[in-house]
Structures are given as C-alpha cells and as structure tokens.
Ligand binder design. Structure first.
Ligand SMILES: C[S@@+](CC[C@H](N)C(=O)[O-])C[C@H]1O[C@@H](n2cnc3c(N)ncnc32)[C@H](O)[C@@H]1O
Length: 308
C-alpha cells in the first residue's frame, strides 16, 4: 500500500466512519503514523501490543491496515474480559490474544518486547478498580499508584527506541475543590443530575441548591465528572460508565510520571469531542468555563538509556 500521509488520511477517513466518536480516532491516526515511521526507520516489521484491548477495535484495525508493515503473528492484545477476547479471535484470527490482568508483572514478562505499546482508554479502569467499599470512594493514593505501576509495566514491554501511545481521560488543572455553579435548563436535566449523583460510584458527589432546584453549586472535581458523564445518562452505557472515573491524572502528573519512567514525550495533545453535547441540559457560570479538555493523547518514546 502507498505510504503517503495523504493516502492514509483518506484511508482512515473512510475506514473509521463507523467508530464511535469518543476520540479514539486520534489514537489510531497517531499510531498509524508511528507504525509507518518505525517500519521505514528500522526496515523491520513492527510488533504491536495493546493492553486492555477490549474487542480489538484499535490494535486489530491497525494491524489489518498495516499488515505489510506489522508482524501480525507477534502482535498481541491483552484483556481480562473473556467475551471481548472471543470477539477479537473471531475478527482478527491471525493475531495473538492473551486473557489476563495487564497489571500483573508475570503476565507482562511473558509477552516479550514490542516496538509500539498501546494503552487506549484502559488506565482509567485501573484507577477506578481501586474503589474502596470502606471509604465509599476510590482510594485515590492507592489508585494513582496502581496506574503508575501499570504504566511502568507497559513501559517495560518496549524494546529499544519503542513507542508508547496512550489515550485516556484527563483531570483538569487547578484546585479540585474550587466551586462551580450550574443551572439546569429544565427539570428533566435536574432529574438526570440526581441519577448521576446517586449512581456514580467512584466519588461521592456533593452539591448545594442555590435559590431553587434548578441552580446548584458543586466542586470542580464533581462538576468535571458530571459534565463528562452527562452524555451517557439515560443510555445503556451508563451502567458501566457510572462505575468509572474517566479522570485520574492532570497533564502535569502525566508529564512527571513519563519523565520518571524514562519516556521522552514527543507529543501531548488534549482534546474534547463532546464540547457541544451537554448545552441543552445546563448553563455554567462563568459561561466560558464550560466543557473541560476531557481526553489526553500521549506519544512518548523510550529513552535509549532506559532501553539498554
Ligand atoms: C474502555 S475499554 C477500551 C478497549 C480498547 N482499548 C478500545 O479503545 O477499543 C477498556 C478495556 O480494558 C480492559 N481492562 C481494564 N483493566 C484491565 C486489566 N487490569 N487487565 C486487563 N484488561 C483490563 C477492560 O476489560 C476493557 O476491555
């Protein structure tokens, strides 16, 4: 297949049409570019690993598109969900699919080394899994440590000069306790907020009505969670979304951790694809401080000193 950027832009434009618009396209486009670059630079076929691969939409699509550049049989997807892996095996029979916990160092050690490791919408689940029934919330220090360990494990799978592509949620900067004010546009939006506040598990959501049921005050932390989860309210996906905090690290925390792991940051992009979807529900005050940059896309390379 041709390797010009124009060709691939067109290819992905048409092949990703059916993919949910949750920002994952950005990860696929970035990984596709890296695969082409790596194949050209090393003149060897590229080995891909995806941790938390789900139904294989990301790694399977990439390996399919770049089957001439990737080592299909040596590319691996890992997930602990047996049903998802069964789907992977049906859709992408040539690849290796491993059922297990990608935070388990023994499992990781048995996989070998890779040119490209993908972590797409997976680490926030590691964070959310540190929910403590005793606390009634995610145990944040433990959760952050588990994410850091998982990222260290992923980094350990990179061969010399290997690349990490990480796509996930982003905690906005600033004081999480800072007060935010929102006004619901109608009583249905307020009812949906109540559902959110009662059913969202990772953190207890606190708020205070101001002068009536349609205006409330809440913290920046809870506001971020409400506004980013609001797109799932009333939908089937809410049943799983309510269990997960999409946010866990700020940009600064990501940068610090990558540096600690010996990863050289090539690109850190923050983006949102849902900026307009909540405006029929609420107004915010101040109005310009609306929907946060909800996703982060990170491309980082293992520094040569670390990969010896
Ligand atoms: C939101 S899905 C994303 C799937 C895929 N990366 C994509 O973007 O299409 C997250 C996946 O990570 C898996 N996962 C979460 N924590 C895991 C862990 N500790 N070990 C293995 N898989 C895990 C879940 O089972 C789920 O399939």
């Amino acid at each position: 297949m041709p390797d010009s950027d124009d060709f691939w832009d067109f290819y992905w434009e048409s092949h990703l049409l059916s993919m949910e618009n949750l920002g994952k396209r950005a990860a696929i486009l970035a990984a596709s570019k890296l695969i082409r670059r790596l194949a050209q630079q090393t003149n060897q076929s590229v080995r891909l690993l995806e941790l938390g691969c789900g139904e294989g939409q990301i790694i399977g699509t990439l390996v399919d598109a770049h089957s001439q550049l990737c080592n299909v049989y040596a590319s691996v997807g890992v997930d602990h969900n047996a049903q998802s892996l069964a789907q992977c095996r049906r859709d992408y029979p040539g690849m290796r699919w491993v059922e297990g916990d990608f935070t388990d160092p023994d499992l990781l050690a048995g996989l070998g080394k890779f040119n490209l490791v993908l972590l797409v919408n997976a680490l926030h689940e590691v964070f959310s899994a540190a929910y403590s029934p005793e606390l009634g919330e995610v145990d944040v220090p433990v959760a952050k440590q588990r994410v850091a360990q998982a990222l260290a494990g992923a980094t350990g799978r990179l061969g010399p000069g290997g690349w990490l592509v990480l796509f996930d949620g982003l905690e906005p900067p600033g004081d999480p306790h800072q007060k935010r004010y929102i006004r619901f546009l109608n009583s249905q939006a307020r009812d949906e907020f109540d559902t959110f506040a009662h059913q969202y598990r990772p953190f207890r959501i606190s708020y205070r009505e101001i002068g009536g049921p349609l205006s409330i005050e809440l913290s920046q932390r809870d506001f971020t969670r409400y506004i980013t989860k609001s797109i799932f309210l009333g939908k089937h996906l809410w049943e799983t979304e309510r269990l997960e905090s999409y946010q866990y690290f700020t940009e600064e925390e990501f940068r610090e951790l990558l540096a600690r792991l010996g990863l050289e940051l090539f690109e850190l992009l923050t983006l949102t694809v849902n900026a307009e979807k909540w405006r029929y529900r609420v107004e915010t005050d101040p109005s310009e401080a609306g929907f946060p940059q909800e996703h982060v896309l990170i491309l980082a390379q293992l520094g040569l000193a670390k990969s010896q």
